[in-house]
Design a protein around this ligand. Structure first.
Ligand code: IMP
Length: 536
């Protein structure tokens, strides 16, 4: 009998639809897509990055909400979500580190500051208690209504405690809320004439439950916490309280129940002194911050840390992009590797130094090697969207480190400003001249150390300074990344990151190279105007 196929073409063979899947296993069939090994065959494609390839869909038999994102980010530390914030002075200080840890990831506090300032930031993360704001913005009675408006514009809140010297740990004199200044037209009026002086407070040591009760009874939006001398020690906000009570994914040390904190240092002798201060503040993970990690300085530093702190402190070494670099650091005792050179959004390393590697290939090659030794790999730089996260993890990374994606959130350092109608925040490379200058001023010199340029008479920039748009709070942004990633993995057909890695290694997850035209097709195209809203 002569049959016709779906296109009406005559076909001699009988094709039984009920056995469609079995035909695919025949040795004459060419499987769709490529295995990761085939995709990253360096002789065929050269170096690839995330946009150069796509993952082919698998089979779904579970809801996206069931996908688990737990991942080992160092030999000894497992997090519920594989997200890390970059050690950059426009991305990660204590506010970022606290909030990302509450949401299951980890923040790496930058070192472009004095050792004492960095240790204080680590201490804040370790001492953080759910719900209490330990560094509220305060003003003095002599500040004006205009100052409150300015804070509202840059920080987004207006319940401001008034203390004697305008700082925390100073006598609380009153509070100014939005209602106090709502109808005040003269913005030069000092706050002492508008502030509420009869303030409901709670005493230091109050539990979150008790404080919550007081807030509810008082019907107020803010509850200052004071010590026995009447000095402000922290602040509780009703809106935060409602949101903050439950963080089931929070990254906490199993014994102390404190949030887990990481911080970056350089690899010079004075960094050993810095590290001692960070460890005293409770540091869990140290990140050796270097753009080219395969150096005698770094190997010596890893060995020193392992000898001095043993297993109490995990070391993330890097950055590396080749397995040869990785092997040196693994041998020295690294507990994880940070992978990326020249892939960061603010980075000009590849252009200026002519050294680096496309990030997809770097992650795949290093992860494939390091994972054999149980050393997790962190894909650092070039993560521009949720899809890039799914791809980095599919290439064997255990976590992603993000700079630009998290800069511009409410929790990143710096104030918002407006430019051509857009609300922006500053974001700069640690190798930008801008950052190097701050380093020198503040005797931190982190930026210069990262790029081995402390002794240069002429500073050669490896990064730029710019701005990114307001992304709102990480409290909404990270949940978006989590849900987006869960959906990505559901499409691939895997329920967790271990399954993903196994399926990739076995060649079950398939990839395909994308031409330039395919990349255009894969993005919004053909529209005259559109608005790209990413989540709600
Ligand atoms: P992004 O997420 O693409 O913005 O990249 C952030 C990463 O870029 C950081 O985690 C660093 O590894 C890297 N980086 C930070 N500053 C510089 C720089 O000035 N030049 C090159 N790379 C940088």
């Amino acid at each position: 009998m002569v049959r016709q196929d779906g296109n009406g073409i005559k076909n001699q063979k009988e094709w039984d639809p009920s056995k469609a899947k079995s035909y695919l296993t025949s040795k004459y069939e060419v499987a769709d897509g490529l295995s990761a090994e085939e995709l990253f065959d360096l002789r065929k494609h050269g170096g690839l990055t995330y946009n150069d390839f796509i993952i082919l869909p698998g089979y779904i038999d579970f809801p996206a909400s069931e996908v688990e994102l737990e991942s080992k980010i160092t030999r000894n530390i497992t997090l519920k979500t594989p997200f890390m914030s970059s050690p950059m002075d426009t991305v990660s200080e204590s506010e970022m580190a606290i909030n990302i840890a509450l949401l299951g990831g980890i923040g790496v506090i930058h070192h472009n500051c004095s050792a004492e300032e960095q240790a204080e930031m680590v201490r804040k993360v370790k001492k953080f208690e759910n719900g209490f704001i330990t560094d509220p913005v305060c003003l003095t009675p002599n500040h004006t209504v205009a100052d409150v408006h300015k804070i509202k514009q840059t920080h987004g809140y207006s319940g401001i405690p008034i203390t004697e010297n305008g700082k925390l740990h100073s006598k609380l004199l009153g509070i100014v809320t939005a209602r106090d200044i709502q109808f005040v037209e003269d913005h030069t009026i000092p706050l002492q004439s508008v502030m509420t002086v009869d303030v409901t407070c709670a005493k230091e040591g109050v539990t979150l439950e008790e404080a919550n009760h007081i807030l509810r009874q008082s019907k107020k939006g803010k509850l200052p916490i004071i010590n026995s001398k009447g000095e402000l020690v922290s602040l509780l906000s009703r809106s935060d309280l409602l949101k903050n009570l439950h963080f089931p994914l929070a990254s906490k040390s199993p014994d102390s129940k404190q949030l887990i904190c990481a911080a970056a240092i350089g690899t010079r002798p004075d960094d050993k002194v810095r590290l001692k201060k960070l460890v005293e503040a409770g540091l869990d993970i140290v990140v050796l911050d270097s753009s080219q990690g395969n150096s005698t300085y770094q190997i010596e530093m890893i060995q020193y840390i392992k000898k001095t702190y043993g297993n109490k402190l995990d070391v993330i070494a890097g950055n590396v992009v080749t397995r040869e670099q990785a092997a040196s650091l693994i041998e020295a005792g690294a507990d994880a590797l940070r992978v990326g050179m020249g892939s960061g959004s603010i980075c000009i390393t590849q252009e200026v130094m002519a050294v680096g590697r496309p990030q997809g290939t770097a992650v795949y090659r290093v992860a494939e090697f390091a994972n054999r030794f149980g050393v997790p790999v962190i894909a650092d730089g070039g993560i521009g969207n949720v899809g890039h996260i799914t791809k980095a993890l599919a290439l064997g990374a255990s976590a992603v480190m993000m700079g630009s994606l998290l800069a511009g959130t409410a929790e990143s350092p710096g104030d918002y400003f407006y430019h051509e109608g857009k609300r922006l925040k500053k974001y700069r490379g640690m190798g930008s001249l801008d950052a190097m200058e701050r380093g020198s001023e503040k005797h931190g010199n982190a930026a210069e150390k990262r790029y081995f340029s402390e002794s240069d008479a002429v500073k050669v920039a490896q990064g730029v300074a710019g701005a990114v748009v307001d992304k709102g709070s990480v409290k909404k942004f990270i949940p978006y990344l989590i849900t987006g990633l869960q959906h990505g993995l559901q499409d691939v057909g895997v329920r967790n990151l271990v399954q993903l890695r196994e399926a990739v290694a076995e060649g079950k997850v398939r990839f395909e190279f994308r031409t330039a035209a395919a990349q255009v097709e894969g993005n919004v195209h053909g529209l005259y105007t559109y608005e790209k809203r990413l989540f709600s």
